[in-house]
Design a protein around this ligand. Structure first.
Ligand code: FPP
Length: 265
């Protein structure tokens, strides 16, 4: 495997890091080695706003723009599943005003984007405890998911009121209920069986998890599914995460050797 310096010098020939155009990065991507499932922790909206002397809400609004462009790029590239962490089970601890801003941005995003996403064959899904979201958000989510449910393009999973531990507990409860009713046997419960009861049941595990803003935490995101996921952390704050940044992350991913605990082949 090339180390990152060798990789960059190979990619860039004579150019130093950071000066490639979006087009050059896109050109360098191997379309046959894209992640099937990309997950993103969109972090740093608040810091982005603070650095500009703006209220945090404007950071979140700028974050929606970065989401819009990332979804479009993933859809165009042919990524199969994109899961974005939009609101965690812990985010309710934020001030009520900020929670309201995030919920209103979600509603606005769905109202404005759904037709365009539908035209581009994006299949919108929501994962998390959706029934605890405000009524209006649930209505928009229902409309978006029903409208796009037959689309065969990018699956866009919006993780909302999502927590990895709660997801695992939910799956465990569902399986326990089946056991109790005699509808499954103890010996049926293996990793594949368990995975079917997660919110992501039927989807591949994430191949790549991107976290922006430099934080080195998994923050209760896709805990079961990320057992062998490749991690990519960038210092870039989420609102500044451009298509070029996405292509860079994908290029780095394409240099990784995935061994799943086995030895080098
Ligand atoms: C983390 O940044 C980000 C969130 C908690 C929310 C992510 C939301 C968006 C990108 C926009 C909303 C999109 C939809 C569809 C609702 P932070 O606020 O923790 O940033 P900080 O660590 O710099 O304070």
């Amino acid at each position: 495997m090339l180390d990152i310096k060798q990789f960059w010098s190979k990619l860039t020939k004579s150019k130093p890091v950071g000066v490639h155009t979006e087009g050059e990065l896109l050109e360098a991507l191997d379309r046959s080695k894209l992640p099937q499932h990309l997950a993103i922790i969109m972090d740093g909206n608040g810091r982005w706003a603070r650095r500009r002397g703006m209220p945090r809400g404007l950071g979140h609004r700028a974050g929606v723009e970065a989401l819009r462009s990332t979804v479009k790029a993933c859809s165009n590239l042919g990524v199969k599943v994109l899961t974005v962490y939009a609101f965690s089970t812990e985010n309710w601890k934020r001030p009520r005003d900020e929670v309201n801003i995030l919920m209103n941005l979600l509603i606005e995003y769905l109202q404005k984007e759904v037709d365009d996403l539908h035209r581009n064959k994006v299949h919108i899904q929501a994962i998390g405890c959706i029934h605890d979201l405000p009524q209006e958000a649930q209505v928009e989510l229902k409309r978006a998911t029903e409208l796009t449910c037959k689309n065969n393009g990018l699956i866009l999973n919006l993780a909302l009121n999502y927590g990895g531990r709660v997801e695992i507990l939910d799956a465990t409860r569902k399986i326990a209920a089946l056991l109790k009713q005699g509808e499954c046997r103890l010996e049926d419960i293996n990793e594949e069986f368990f995975g079917r009861f997660l919110y992501t049941g039927g989807m591949p595990d994430p191949d790549l998890l991107i976290r922006t803003s430099g934080e080195m935490r998994v923050s209760n995101f896709l805990l079961w599914q990320s057992a062998y996921t490749e991690f990519y952390v960038t210092e870039t704050l989420w609102p500044d995460f451009s298509k070029a940044q996405l292509f860079k992350a994908l290029l780095v991913y394409q240099q990784r050797e995935r061994r799943y605990g086995a030895l080098k082949s």
